[in-house]
Design a binder for this molecule. Structure first.
Ligand code: SAH
Length: 294
């Protein structure tokens, strides 16, 4: 990959846009391919705190912008790529999780058709919920849903409905953007909805500044959860009725309630085609489960 010096906008060298995730905070969680993309970029575009994580160097122009201007930022990135620049768009965590990847494709769809031949690549990163889940154990070890609790881009009524349906489906949940100064009351409402739908005993984890120096992890029963436990630097994980604590760890078993294959067959590695409990012989039929163990 060749990079252009900043004063050259030659059309002979095709520009590109690489949309990357910087992970949840620790530099150790930036993938090697993201480092490589940053090393050859001519321009880095993104929200101020994320651009601040990129080391300045000769030949690299940093374009830091305020929050909530995602489409302008995405359009700018595409314009620069069309002019031959090697542009990296930075997000925190994973760029496809409530971040810039979709914004770039929205701008692409709204822009000139000539942009559609641009080389656009998305490089994954470690998203906050997975870093948080790993820090406490395996609360997302069965099926789960990720929900953005911000109502900037969708009505609050839809968020409440989704919460209800996800609980009904028996999924664990991870909440992004749970509570901000501009919408302090909605998270309290979300907790009310959850208590009514999942019961007071369900475990909820507040994971703040995950992988950063001030990392704080707090797991309580929904009964004891208060809105102040969350802010915009927190990702919230709500377990299912099966989610439990073992020692200091929180985990959700891999099997659905009533489908515990037990330990007779030893382990069932996740690459085996027949590892789903439905495929087990009748002799290993499910034993009753679903009780929480604390
Ligand atoms: N693309 C990002 C999410 C951006 S939305 C990702 O994949 O992680 C921003 C929200 O992500 C925050 O409000 C918070 O809920 C969550 N978040 C991001 N980094 C976090 C961290 N280090 N610790 C806890 N939550 C984090």
């Amino acid at each position: 990959m060749t990079s252009l010096p900043p004063d050259q906008t030659a059309h002979s060298v095709p520009g590109h846009v690489v949309i990357v995730g910087l992970g949840p905070g620790s530099d150790d969680m930036i993938t090697p391919e993201v480092h490589a993309a940053l090393a050859t970029a001519t321009d880095v575009v993104g929200y101020i705190p994320y651009v601040n994580r990129v080391k300045p160097r000769k030949g690299l122009v940093l374009h830091a912008s305020d929050n909530r201007v995602e489409i302008d930022r995405a359009t700018h990135a595409l314009q620069m790529a069309a002019a031959g620049r090697q542009v990296v768009v930075v997000s925190s965590g994973d760029p496809g999780v409530f971040a810039m990847a979709s914004a770039v494709f929205e701008a692409l769809e709204a822009g000139p058709s000539s942009w559609r031949t641009l080389d656009i690549r998305v490089l994954p990163g470690i998203t906050a919920m997975l870093a948080a889940a790993a820090a406490i154990g395996a609360p997302l070890g069965h099926d789960f849903a990720a929900i953005n609790l911000s109502d900037n881009l969708k009505p609050w009524a839809l968020i409440e409905r989704r919460l209800q349906l996800v609980v009904e489906a028996g999924l664990a949940m991870a909440f992004y953007n749970p509570r901000s100064k501009s919408r302090p009351h909605q998270f309290a409402r979300a907790l009310e909805v959850l208590r009514a739908a999942c019961g007071e005993e369900t475990l909820i984890t507040f994971a703040r500044d995950v992988t950063k120096p001030g990392q704080a992890l707090l797991t309580v029963a929904l009964r004891d959860a208060t809105p102040e436990m969350a802010d915009m630097r927190t990702v919230v994980i709500v377990g299912t009725r099966e989610t439990r604590q073992v020692g200091k760890y929180v985990y959700t078993p891999r099997f659905a309630p009533g489908h515990n294959p037990g330990h007779k067959s030893g382990h069932t590695p996740d690459h085996m085609p027949d590892d789903t409990p439905e495929h087990l012989p009748a002799s290993q039929s499910p034993s009753p489960s679903g009780q929480k163990e604390h």
